[in-house]
Design a protein around this ligand. Structure first.
Ligand code: ATP
Ligand code: MG
Length: 481
């Protein structure tokens, strides 16, 4: 089971890692640095890529900060970059591509956050150190000037990186009041990097959690998605819940910590959920890598439980229809977070179907039930397999083995049926034109009814010859009132 712990960071390793990463990006930073310097401007690699070069996780995104204003930056990039685009001139950022490298160059900032507005108000700054002081965390406030390769670290980011801790360059209260999104970013980086958050930062997050409400849903969502797709999502989620931020951005999660009844008659749904998330991550190779839909479905699969919990006589606790109720709650939350309709449909479908398999028992499903399972899951079938398997957190090994074997059996049956029939795209044996021809009717409501009858028949009895389908259709037609 994953609940991975990050490995320690040694400064001697950092040195070697940085040297290796610098050799890799040397052509880019040397050329670009020289271009800016010749024009009388300063340029520095900054933030994410400096941090990631030290952690050996540098990808192909290179962020720079510069004394040049955006129009000058754009001129300096012309003739060098393969493509140039405006990332939002108001924010002072110009983007470009050079070979495999995605480059973003932002003018020095000294930005203040207007508490009445949802957008940071940007003012250009005039120094590198000033720009670094405006950044979110010390590990993101390091820079490498180019082409001379001077290391700027005015807030001790390298020490915090070695001790794996997120700290703000100034007082966390001031930083979060300038931009409350940084509280979400703390949780996101904790999840991505496996770092701890400094106690004074956690305290400020706890104190100021409610301020997150001035941030747009889209910006909150983007941080949440990154957190959930990170290598250590449990860390980020615990932090959101512990600080109270989750009560604003994902209240369904803390609600899962149902106060336990005195006899401990049911499991802690919150802890169960985190384990289901980790067990679904363990199966992600089936999907080719980190998958937000699958992870979020795991996180939301039981959110219908608090609302449906009933204490029956004899000390029994039930959660009837928590799948259907949970799917609705999930869709509502995802709409509030401005997810796309496709994402909302996918996750809420998985939540709704996560219990369906439990009627399977010892494999007594009919072919018809198997077909319906496949049809209802549609393009979420692979994720439904993962979620259903992950949803078994019993410590009773015999029970766990029995469930796994039953699901193996179901998947084998699906595969067998799929070979015989094209399960994924079940259609009736006759199409609309044939129906009209056989029944001698014009287009209209009755054709639709006949089509649905044939589809149900196809589900129940499997494929038929055209002749057999024709007979069944006529029989149904004759028996209609
Ligand atoms: P990644 O790109 O891997 O998600 P990153 O560290 O590059 O991580 P970005 O969101 O791309 O993060 O931001 C780039 C840099 O800009 C950060 O490293 C940080 O220095 C700074 N930054 C971004 N957003 C903020 C913010 N809201 N407040 C302060 N500084 C920020
Ligand atoms: Mg970045």
């Amino acid at each position: 089971m994953s609940s991975p712990t990050p490995s320690p960071i040694l400064i001697s390793d950092v040195q070697q890692t940085v040297a290796r990463e610098l050799r890799r990006i040397a052509p880019i930073i040397d050329e670009l640095g020289a271009r800016f310097n010749e024009a009388g401007h300063q340029l520095a690699l900054v933030g994410g890529p400096v941090r990631d070069a030290m952690l050996g996780r540098l990808q192909t995104d290179l962020d720079f900060t510069t004394s040049a204003h955006p129009d000058v930056t754009e001129k300096l990039l012309k003739g060098w970059a393969d493509a140039i685009w405006d990332m939002g001139r108001d924010f002072g950022t110009i983007g470009c591509r050079k070979g495999e490298w995605q480059v973003e160059i932002t003018t020095y900032r000294s930005e203040a956050y207007d508490p009445d507005s949802r957008k940071p108000e940007v003012a250009y700054g005039d120094s590198l150190v000033g720009d670094l002081g405006r950044r979110d965390f010390t590990v993101n406030s390091m820079a490498l000037t180019v082409p001379d390769r001077g290391f700027e670290d005015p807030f001790g980011g390298i020490v915090d990186l070695a001790s794996r801790v997120l700290r703000t360059p100034g007082r966390p209260e001031d930083s979060f009041s300038d931009d409350p999104l940084r509280m979400m970013r703390a949780a996101r980086f904790a999840a991505q990097l496996g770092f701890d958050v400094a106690p004074e930062v956690v305290a400020a997050m706890t104190e100021m959690a409610g301020r997150i409400e001035i941030i747009s849903a889209e910006r909150v969502r983007d941080e949440l998605v990154k957190l959930i797709c990170a290598p250590f999502p449990r860390r980020g989620l615990l932090l959101l819940v512990e600080t109270g931020l989750a009560s604003y951005v994902l209240p369904e999660l803390p609600a899962l910590a149902l106060e336990r009844d005195e006899h401990h008659r049911h499991k802690d749904v919150y802890e169960h959920t985190l384990i289901v998330l980790e067990q679904s991550i363990d199966q992600e190779q089936r999907l080719g890598g980190p998958d937000f839909i699958s992870r979020f479905a795991a996180l939301m699969h039981d959110v219908g439980k608090p609302k449906t919990r009933r204490f029956e006589s004899g000390g029994v606790v039930t959660f009837h229809h928590h799948d259907v109720v949970g799917a609705k709650i999930t869709a509502k939350r995802m709409r509030a977070l401005r997810f796309s309709n496709d994402e909302i449909d996918a996750v809420s479908k998985l939540v709704e179907l996560h219990l369906r398999f439990h009627g399977y028992g010892e494999g007594e499903w009919t072919d018809s039930a198997v077909r319906r399972y496949v049809r209802d899951a549609g393009d979420q079938l692979e994720r439904l397999h993962i979620l259903t398997r992950a949803d078994c957190t019993t410590r009773n090994q015999r029970k766990a083995n029995r469930l796994r074997a039953a699901y193996d059996d179901l998947e084998a049956r699906i595969e067998r049926l799929s070979e015989e029939e094209e399960l994924a795209s079940i259609r009736p044996d006759l199409d609309g034109t044939q129906i009209m021809e056989i029944l001698g009717i014009p287009p209209g409501r009755e054709v639709g009814e006949a089509y649905r009858f044939l589809l149900e028949l196809r589900m129940d009895e499997g494929p038929k010859s055209a002749e057999a389908a024709r007979e069944a259709l006529l029989e149904w037609w004759a028996a209609r009132p």
